[in-house]
Design a protein around this ligand. Structure first.
Ligand code: DX5
Ligand code: ZN
Length: 215
């Protein structure tokens, strides 16, 4: 399986954003993972559409946008207009998940749904075929640098089995505590998009760090 690596910009040096993005692009990153936090769905606040629009000019990398916000439907258009290629919303934040996924697709972006560690894969049973990507959170969303939660592995396997029933190609992305060791476990379980912040941006060689997650 072709594994994609999406460095999470959250762990980068925000005073040197362009340089950090160029470095991971040159090091072989496939997507750039953008963590959007609103201070409500999670306590922290990160970046909004103006920053996304600014960094859009400095890279060709697809922008993989992880919305950790309440009422994500309010922000889809502005992130798409700012240059997001895929937009992932949390199941726990959506009253009408199907409607929100349709809204994302109507903008032309890829649509993803994220599940917190305590949310079972079964919540997606009736609409798995409508998403382009499932994001299995392997830490509780909110900040980087946490330890991988092992029960995520079983969720990836369950998600992989659910996706097979659709006959469609749907990405399984994993986010949180991904390093050389945990990357191996999640790849074996069926994940094909690995998000990593700390293990890439806090390393002294981004190329080696990205390679280590692939192999
Ligand atoms: C957590 C974010 C992650 C985070 C991952 O809420 O969704 O993308 O940046 O960071 P690491 O790889 O350090 O666990
Ligand atoms: Zn994320």
């Amino acid at each position: 399986m072709n594994v994609l690596v999406a460095p999470s910009l959250l762990a980068s040096d925000f005073s040197r954003l362009t340089e950090e993005i160029n470095k991971v692009e040159e090091a072989g990153a496939d997507w750039l993972h953008l963590d959007i936090m609103d201070g409500h769905f999670v306590p922290a606040i990160t970046i909004g559409p103006p920053v996304v629009q600014s960094i859009r000019r400095c890279t060709q990398l697809p922008f993989d946008t992880h919305l950790m916000t309440e009422q994500p439907e309010l922000y889809i258009k502005s992130f798409r207009d700012a240059g997001s290629d895929s937009i992932t919303v949390h199941q726990e934040a959506c009253r009408d998940l199907r409607g929100v996924i349709m809204q994302i697709k109507e903008t032309g972006a890829k649509a993803g749904v994220a599940l917190k560690p305590d949310t079972p894969v079964a919540v997606l049973k009736d609409m798995i075929g409508e998403v382009d990507l499932v994001l299995i959170m392997s830490v509780n969303p909110g900040f980087g640098g946490q330890s991988f939660i092992r029960s995520s592995i079983q969720k990836i396997e369950e998600c992989s089995a659910l996706i097979k029933t659709t006959g469609k190609e749907i990405h399984i992305q994993v986010d949180g505590g991904i390093n050389k060791e945990t990357a191996h476990w999640v790849r074996e379980a069926g994940a094909d998009v690995l998000v990593a912040g700390t293990s890439i941006f806090h390393s002294d060689n981004y190329f080696k760090a990205i390679q280590a997650l692939r192999n």
